[in-house]
Design a protein around this ligand. Structure first.
Ligand SMILES: Cc1cc2nc3c(=O)[nH]c(=O)nc-3n(C[C@H](O)[C@H](O)[C@H](O)COP(=O)(O)O)c2cc1C
Length: 203
């Protein structure tokens, strides 16, 4: 059975522009995968906690030596990773907040980047251990950013690659730059989604 993990991050939940773009793609995915299963992880509604020294120490403590508190910390992280492992398709809906990803995305990443679990270092460099999945990332922004000013998409791509997942991006930029800019940008994003659907979901 195909499984899609949907990571939603907008403060506006399903009303967010990023969520709406992602959810159009997911609706198409459902049509093409009638027996498929969608797991939704809403990071705005249910954020992962900040990593602390205690939490990080729990990850690095052998199972037999963990306190009950440390065990709970590891189980929380394991559950997030199990959702990723269960999925063959990962959809992330990510607005730009303050020139980067929402802070909830950072704390989520802190819980799913686990040495020996989702990545490892070899003599030739890092190796992602979640290969075999594909990610679709729906990015929305009030302004327009490209090249060196884009501190968001390269970060997301690099992080996902680090754990072994290649990604495709859909952008809707300039959403706060007036009605015309917003409509044009959303229309362009929908064209990108139609392209993705035609190429990636055709089977
Ligand atoms: C807290 C906050 C910070 C934002 N920071 C930026 C920013 O740095 N650059 C930008 O272009 N837009 C910024 N925006 C605008 C959002 O990126 C834009 O409204 C986007 O469409 C939000 O997507 P959403 O509707 O999925 O939440 C910010 C919005 C919020 C709420």
């Amino acid at each position: 059975m195909s499984t899609l993990l949907y990571v939603r991050t907008s403060l506006y939940g399903a009303q967010g522009a990023s969520s709406q773009l992602a959810e159009r793609f997911i609706a198409e995915w459902r049509q093409r995968n009638p027996g498929g299963h969608v797991i939704t992880r809403d990071l705005a509604a249910d954020p992962a906690p900040h990593l602390t020294a205690e939490r990080f120490q729990a990850f690095n403590t052998r199972p037999e030596d963990r306190t009950p508190e440390q065990q709970a910390v590891v189980e929380y992280s394991d559950a997030l990773i199990d959702e990723l492992r269960a999925a063959d398709t990962v959809v992330l809906a990510v607005p730009m907040y303050n020139f980067g990803v929402p802070s909830t995305v950072r704390t989520y990443f802190d819980h799913i980047a686990r040495a020996g679990v989702t990545f490892r270092y070899t003599s030739t460099g890092p190796e992602g251990l979640l290969a075999g999945r594909r990610a679709y990332v729906f990015v929305t922004r009030g302004g327009v950013y490209g090249g060196e000013h884009d501190t968001q998409a390269p970060y997301l791509r690099q992080f996902l690659r680090f754990i072994g997942i290649e990604s495709e991006f859909v952008f809707a930029q300039g959403l706060a730059m007036g009605d015309e800019s917003r409509q044009k940008s959303l229309a362009h994003a929908h064209e990108q989604i139609s392209g993705l659907i035609a190429v990636e979901l055709a089977a």
